[in-house]
Design a binder for this molecule. Structure first.
Ligand code: IPE
Ligand code: IPE
Ligand code: MG
Length: 263
């Protein structure tokens, strides 16, 4: 199967989108799988299963839109609190996803990275992650980043430990630690910060996701459950994003805006 061609400006226009106003990096909290299933009298795992189809659609669509990066919250470090059966089914689905999507990831030329405590996952899953990362290593398309067994507080804590060790060894002086030093010790090192954070299923919270990186991301929450989230929902989020006035603490982007703000 050939990779889906990128959208032309005319196609974007038909969606009500303009290339220069697109978010470059979208992060998603894919929530509501369980509620989607419960609403239909199905076991929760059916929601997760159906959610994989949304992942497929949204990954392809973001790639066609020419995004730089898509970062998906697949499993949080707190999700281990779930029942054993749900956990084993989630891990099985993750493993299948990694195997089944490998070919598609390569056909679409996607870069691929996983952030999170990978070494705590089942060795078979670790192996599949490695294989997919290897297979995608020479790709230069959109970066697909999966957050698996990820928690932002854990990530920041580990970064602090690494920096403290460098100071202890005399390789770094505490006074020279900058925001860049911290960012470069996070699991997202080298990645741009998300421009837009989407959360499905209506909760107005961050659930320990990318706490450092979303400092200035635009937030967009929809009541739609993740298994129902498809291309039109993504376009709606991007249209909303395009209308936002991102000030980064400055003023409006007008003649009286950032350039004259220091006066
Ligand atoms: C998101 O859906 C998937 C994971 C957290 C793994 P949920 O399973 O949290 O679905 P709800 O929030 O219970 O509906
Ligand atoms: C966030 O969803 C984690 C993922 C989507 C993987 P949760 O369902 O775990 O979040 P809470 O528990 O509602 O905060
Ligand atoms: Mg949830």
């Amino acid at each position: 199967m050939a990779p889906e061609p990128a959208y032309t400006d005319e196609q974007l226009d038909a969606f009500g989108l303009a290339r220069e106003q697109l978010a470059q990096h979208i992060a998603v909290i894919m929530d509501g799988n369980g509620r989607w299933a419960q609403q239909r009298g199905l076991p929760r795992v059916e929601g997760h299963r159906r959610g994989v189809q949304s992942v497929r659609s949204i990954v392809e669509e973001c790639s066609r839109l020419g995004l730089q990066q898509l970062t998906l919250y697949c499993f949080s470090s707190e999700n281990w609190k779930r029942p054993k059966l749900e956990l084993s089914l989630l891990m099985k689905l993750l493993r299948h996803y990694l195997v089944e999507e490998r070919r598609l990831i390569c056909e679409q030329g996607l870069q691929f990275r996983v952030i999170g405590k990978i070494d705590e996952l089942d060795p078979a899953i670790q192996r599949e992650i490695e294989l997919t990362e290897e297979a995608a290593s020479t790709n230069d398309g959109m970066m697909l980043c999966l957050a698996v067994n990820y928690g932002a507080r854990m990530e920041i804590t580990e970064a602090v430990q690494q920096i403290a060790r460098q100071v202890q060894r005399g390789e770094l002086s505490a006074d020279t630690i900058t925001e860049q030093t911290v960012a470069s010790h996070l699991m997202t090192s080298g990645m741009p910060d998300p421009d837009l954070l989407i959360r499905t299923a209506g909760e107005m919270r961050i659930s320990n996701y990318l706490l450092w990186q979303i400092s200035y991301s635009e937030l967009w929450v929809t009541d739609t459950y993740w298994p129902d989230f498809r291309e039109p929902n993504l376009h709606e989020a991007l249209k909303d994003f395009a209308a936002r006035d991102r000030r980064f603490g400055g003023l409006h982007n007008t003649s009286e805006g950032p350039s004259s703000a220091s006066a």
